[in-house]
Design a protein around this ligand. Sequence first.
Ligand SMILES: *[C@@H]1O[C@H](CO)[C@@H](O)[C@H](O)[C@H]1NC(C)=O
Ligand SMILES: *[C@@H]1O[C@H](CO)[C@@H](O)[C@H](O)[C@H]1NC(C)=O
Ligand SMILES: *[C@@H]1O[C@H](CO)[C@@H](O)[C@H](O)[C@H]1NC(C)=O
Ligand SMILES: *[C@@H]1O[C@H](CO)[C@@H](O)[C@H](O)[C@H]1NC(C)=O
Ligand SMILES: *[C@@H]1O[C@H](CO)[C@@H](O)[C@H](O)[C@H]1NC(C)=O
Length: 445
Amino acid sequence: MVGVSVAFWLCLLAVAPLVSASEVVTCSGIVPMKNRADVVSIVEFGGVGDGRTLNTVAFRKAIERIEKIKSRGGTQLYIPSGVWLTGCFNLTSHMTLFLAKDAVIRATQDTGSWPLIDPLPSYGRGRELPGGRYMSFIHGDGLQDVIITGENGTIDGQGGVWWDMWRQRTLQFTRPNLIELMHSTDIIISNVVFRDSPFWNIHPVYCSNVVIRNVTVLAPHDSPNTDGIDPDSSVNVCIEDSFIATGDDMVAVKSGWDEYGIAYGRPSYGITIRRLTGSSPFAGIAIGSEASGGVLNVFAENISLFNMGVGIHVKTNIGRGGIIKNITVRDVHMDTVRKGIKIAGDVGGHPDDKFDPTALPVVDSITVKNVVGVKVLQPGLLKGLKDLPFTRICLTGINMGNAGSGRSGSTWQCEDVTGAAYEVNPSPCTELITTHDTDFCSVRS
Ligand SMILES: *[C@@H]1O[C@H](CO)[C@@H](O)[C@H](O)[C@H]1NC(C)=O
Ligand SMILES: *[C@@H]1O[C@H](CO)[C@@H](O)[C@H](O)[C@H]1NC(C)=O
Ligand SMILES: *[C@@H]1O[C@H](CO)[C@@H](O)[C@H](O)[C@H]1NC(C)=O
Ligand SMILES: *[C@@H]1O[C@H](CO)[C@@H](O)[C@H](O)[C@H]1NC(C)=O
Ligand SMILES: *[C@@H]1O[C@H](CO)[C@@H](O)[C@H](O)[C@H]1NC(C)=O
C-alpha cells in the first residue's frame, strides 16, 4: 500500500509542471527584458515636472548624453512622478525610458513648433495629406535595444488640438503619431499608458523583434484615426496582455500604400497578438487596409471585444496589390458589435491617381475560429474581388446565434469568396459550404 502511494505521489509530481496553471503562453521572450546599471534622471538635465515648464531641452540633452557616453549595457532615463511637458524628441539606441508611478510625459499643444519629417517611402506621402508629416511625439529611427517601460506612467499626446484641426480642416500636414519607431530592432514597450494620441498611437515601421505588452491605450471613441497599435512592414512583433479603447482600429497590421507600398515591397509577418481586450467604433483586429507590401503569418488569440464596429476586419482594395495570407484569429469574445467578421476588397482610399488598377490584392487562407458573439448585428460580410476571389476562408466554431434578431442584413453576406465553414451559427452563406477540397479548414486544433 505504502509503495503504491509513493508511486502515486511521485507520478503526480512528475506531471505537475505539465498542467501547471501558471504556465502562461507568451511570445514576449523574443526580446529579453534587461535592467540597466547606468541610470540618469530627467531632473539632472534641468527637467521640472510641474506640468507648465517646457522640458524639451532637458529631454534632448538627456538623450544626447546617453548617446555620447555609450555606457556598457545602456542607460535608463528615469522620469519621476510629476507632469513633464515637452515638445517631441528622438530616442537613441541602448536606452530605457522609465516612467515611474504617476509620471506623465505630456506633449506640448504648441503645434506650430512641431517639426516635419519626410513621408514614409512605402506611403509616398503623408497618410492623410500630401507632402511630409509631423514627426511623432516620441520618435526613433535606426535604433536597437530600446525599452519604454515603468510603473504604469503615462505618455499623453494631448491630441485634442490636433483632432480639432482635423475637424476644422485646418491641418497642413499629416498629424503626428504618439510614438513611431522606424528601421529599429529589439524593442520593448510595456507597463505604460498611452493617452490621447494626435493620430495613431504606437507605430513600429520597418522594425523587427518588437514586444508590446501590458500596455493601456486610451483615446475618446470619437477621436479621429487614433489607432492603437499598427505594426507596419515589420517582422516578429508580439502584442500581449493589453487594453485598447480608442477612436479607430485597436490593432491594424499594415505594409504600405498602393504603388508606393508595392515598390517598397516590405511585408509584415510573424505577428502574434494575444490576450487583448478593448473597444472601438472601428475594428478590433484589423489587417490593412494599407497592405501593399504583403501581410503574412498573423496569429491572434484570446481577444475580448466590446462596443465595437467590426470585430475582425481584413481590408484591402484594388490598386493595393500585396498578398494577405495565413491569418488566424481564434478564441474571440465579442459583445455589442455591428459586424462580427468583415473581409473585403473595397476598403480604403488611394494616395493619388497614379495607383495601378490592375494591382489586385491576393487574399488567401484566413481562419477565424472559436468566436462567441453576443449582440452582434451582422455576423459577417465577405466580399472578394470579381477578378480575383478571396480563397480558403475558414470559419469554425462560431456562434453569433442571436445576430441581428431577424433584421434584414442580419445574415452572412458573401460575394467572390471560397472557403469552408463548420459549426457556424447562424448558418454561413453557400459560398462557404460548397467548396470540395476543404483540407485547409478543420474543426480540430
Ligand atoms: C529626430 O530624428 C530625425 C531623423 O529620424 C531628424 O530628422 C530630426 O531632426 C530629429 N529631431 C530632433 C528634434 O532631434
Ligand atoms: C503590468 O504593469 C503593471 C504596472 O503598469 C505592473 O504592476 C504589473 O506587474 C505588470 N505585469 C506584468 C506581467 O509585467
Ligand atoms: C494603469 O493605468 C490605467 C489607466 O489609468 C488603468 O486602467 C490600469 O488599471 C492601470 N494598471 C495597473 C496595473 O495599475
Ligand atoms: C502560418 O503562420 C503561423 C504563425 O501564425 C506560422 O507558425 C506558420 O508556419 C505559417 N504557415 C505557413 C505555411 O507559412
Ligand atoms: C485564453 O483564455 C482562456 C479563458 O480565459 C484561458 O483559459 C486560456 O488559458 C487563455 N489562453 C491563452 C493562450 O492565454
